[in-house]
Design a protein around this ligand. Sequence first.
Ligand code: FES
Ligand code: FES
Length: 151
Amino acid sequence: MPALQINGKTLNLDVTDDMPLLWALRDVAGLTGTKFGCGVSLCGACTVHVDGQAVRSCVTPVGSLAGKQIVTIEAIGDDPVGARVQEAWRKIDVVQCGYCQSGQVMAATALLRAKPAPTDAEIDAGMSGNICRCGTYGRIRAAIKIAATTK
Ligand code: FES
Ligand code: FES
């Protein structure tokens, strides 16, 4: 497997090309902030960024990622939009159990990069694939609005 670019570092991981990125991140690279939820692209808990786009790492084989920039929750605070999202999350205490939240933050950051001032409908559409069993959807939407208006 060629080297992977993860959070600005070049990592040579001992993994096969068909290993899902989620496994490589958590079990090999030790980056456990990205969570396993469903494993079949249905919940969004495993969301990371690949070249700035929100991607489900549970169904993304590492062999498809040569030369691409992967960013996980551990480094999203280094991104100006990601930092604003995290600040807004803290400001209104979005998190309940927390399990889905790294995926929520990654999805929200990708949404705000694409749509800096999203409408409610755009927030709902952009976040609809990220499931929260604690039902924090109202606070997620409010935090995205705070992040959108914070400079
Ligand atoms: S664990 Fe990847 S979408 Fe649920
Ligand atoms: S905060 Fe518990 S699943 Fe979302």
